[in-house]
Every structure is written in structure tokens, then in C-alpha cells.
Ligand binder design. Structure first.
Ligand code: C2E
Ligand code: MG
Ligand code: MG
Ligand code: MG
Length: 282
């Protein structure tokens, strides 16, 4: 009896694993098609510059990829980005994202929509592509953009491989004028001794710190410390995930003037951004 049940459970377990594998494989095939078929889109989230008197202007926007699967509906970025990374599709996705963001940036410039810079996320995997710098450079030229209009957001995992010398790609990207931002700062390895040697211009305080600011003394101390580090290394600090007035005020009072979050602006379609700029910035 017990044995039969055990075997039944085992069969059940195998079936779900098998099902999950099949779903994964299907999603991988679909993602491969989606990248080529224009089924992915970018939304853009404002990063605002603020002072104690209020919002002063638009600092930049971050491009975030969205996938609306024809049958399954919207798929979470954390899910399809992880899938793209594990299946070797991330290179194609990154090229698509940088190309689309640059095309949009060029369109905004032609239409006199005042978006100073666009940021695109790269994965650690992208730094294993020896063609990275060349395709970024070619993309900028194709759209007639100066490197200064593009920021690439990297996570610490992109830099972990070579702890003692920086990936040479970083300097080469900087030579194009491209800015580099360290994303999700505070969640990764965060080697402080390494930080000052990286040719980055910006760190993005992870939203988990911002989330805990209300009533969590540790989060407040850590946030204040990150702001001091940014200041002493002359790095811009962007706070991510700002959702409440309390968080916004806390950050601004401590000198964090670059804010990104639902409070100030949600990720939106490119066409909506011009209206947002009019409504919010006047
Ligand atoms: P990220 O680069 O740290 O992007 C910020 C994430 O925070 C976005 O999630 C954004 O929608 C979300 N967010 C913004 N404001 C708030 C807020 O006030 N509260 C909360 N709770 N969340 C907020 P999203 O779009 O789901 O993307 C998740 C992650 O997926 C990104 O984190 C990034 O690591 C990755 N990702 C998205 N698009 C791309 C892409 O094109 N390429 C790569 N390599 N990664 C991407
Ligand atoms: Mg990012
Ligand atoms: Mg982030
Ligand atoms: Mg994040």
C-alpha cells in the first residue's frame, strides 16, 4: 500500500518535472521567435532629478523589456531574462534592446522630446561576447547618436570574473562616450575596494533598501552609507523603487537627487513619455 503510493508519487513527481521541462523548452522556442518577430517591446521609466522643493527635471529613462506571449500573456522579465541567459539567447536580446532603445532615442531627438539619456540593461553574459564594443559602437552610428546618450546598466556579476583587472570592454565603451551604471547596488558582492577602480559613473541603490527605509534603521544607515560612498567617489547615485513620499523625502534630504520609482513615474510606452514630460515637468 505505502509502496504503491510512493511509486505513484514518484510518477507524479516525474511527470511534473517533465511538464516543467517541456514548458521551459516551449518558452525557449517562443522567446527565440519573439526576439526575431518583434514580439518584444520596450517600456521606458523616468529617472527624475529632485531637490527639497520638488521635481526639477528628467535625468534619463531606463528601457525595460516586456514580452507579451501570444497565448500565455505577459511573462515576467525576471523569468524570460533568466531563460535568455541560460539558453544563449541573451546576446540577441541585448542587441535588440540596445538597437530599439537607440532608435527610440533618435526619434525623440528628432521630435524635440527632451530625453537626455537612455539606459539599457546588459547581462553578465554579454561581456563574454568579444563583439560587444563593436556592436554597441555600430548601433550608435547607425542611429546617429553620440555615445553620451546611452548608459549601460551592469550588475556586479558582470564584473566578478576579473576582480583584479577590469573587463577591457568597460574602458572601450567609455571611450565611445557611453556611460556605465552599476545596477542593484548593495545586493551583490559589493567589493568596496574594487569600486573605485571601475570606470563607472553611476550606482543604482537597489530597491530593497529603498523599500525598507520606512521604519527600518538598518536600511536607513545603509542607504546613507551608499550615498556617502557615491559622493566620495564622485558617482551619481540613483535610488530605485521609490514608491512613497516618505522614501522620496528621506532620500532627497540626504542628498540623493536622482530618483526612479512608481511614485514619480511608472515604466511607460515611448509614445506616452512626451505627455508625461508635459504633465509632470510642465
Ligand atoms: P532593474 O534593471 O533593476 O530594473 C528595475 C526594475 O524595478 C524594473 O522591473 C521596474 O519595473 C521595477 N520598478 C521600477 N520602479 C519600481 C517601484 O517603485 N517599485 C517596484 N516594486 N518596482 C519598481 P522589471 O521591468 O520587472 O525588470 C526586472 C529586471 O529584469 C530588471 O531589473 C533587469 O535586471 C531585468 N531586465 C529588464 N529588461 C531587461 C533587458 O532588456 N535586458 C536585461 N539584461 N535585463 C533586463
Ligand atoms: Mg536596471
Ligand atoms: Mg536595478
Ligand atoms: Mg533590480
Amino acid at each position: 500500500q505505502a509502496k504503491a503510493l510512493g511509486r505513484g508519487q514518484l510518477a507524479f513527481f516525474h511527470r511534473t518535472l517533465d511538464e516543467r521541462n517541456r514548458e521551459r523548452m516551449r518558452l525557449e522556442i517562443d522567446l527565440r521567435r519573439a526576439i526575431g518577430a518583434g514580439e518584444l517591446t520596450l517600456v521606458y521609466q523616468p529617472i527624475v532629478r529632485a531637490n527639497p522643493q520638488g521635481i526639477l527635471g528628467l535625468h534619463s529613462v531606463e528601457a525595460l523589456t516586456r514580452w507579451h506571449h501570444p497565448q500565455l500573456g505577459p511573462i515576467e522579465p525576471s523569468r524570460f531574462i533568466a531563460l535568455a541567459e541560460s539558453s544563449g539567447l541573451i546576446g540577441a536580446l541585448s542587441r535588440w534592446a540596445v538597437d530599439s532603445a537607440c532608435a527610440q532615442m533618435a526619434a525623440w531627438r528628432r521630435a524635440d522630446v527632451a530625453v537626455p539619456q537612455v539606459a539599457v540593461n546588459l547581462s553578465a553574459r554579454d561581456f563574454q561576447d568579444p563583439g560587444l564594443v563593436d556592436w554597441v559602437s555600430a548601433t550608435l552610428s547607425r542611429h546617429g547618436l553620440p555615445g553620451e546618450s546611452l548608459t549601460l546598466e551592469l550588475t556586479e556579476s558582470a564584473l566578478l570574473d576579473r576582480r583584479n583587472d577590469n573587463p577591457p570592454e568597460l574602458e572601450a565603451l567609455r571611450a565611445l562616450g557611453v556611460r556605465l551604471a552599476l545596477d542593484d547596488f548593495g545586493t551583490g558582492y559589493s567589493s568596496l575596494s574594487h569600486l573605485h577602480r571601475l570606470p563607472i559613473q553611476r550606482i543604482k541603490l537597489d530597491k530593497s533598501f529603498v523599500h525598507d527605509l520606512e521604519g527600518d534603521g538598518n536600511a536607513q544607515v545603509l542607504t546613507t552609507t551608499v550615498l556617502r560612498i557615491g559622493e566620495s567617489l564622485a558617482l551619481e547615485v540613483v535610488a530605485e523603487g521609490v514608491e512613497t513620499e516618505f522614501q522620496s523625502r528621506f532620500l532627497i534630504e540626504r542628498g540623493c537627487t536622482l530618483l526612479q520609482g512608481y511614485l514619480h513615474g511608472r515604466p511607460m510606452q515611448a509614445q506616452a513619455l512626451a505627455g508625461w514630460i508635459r504633465d509632470v515637468l510642465g
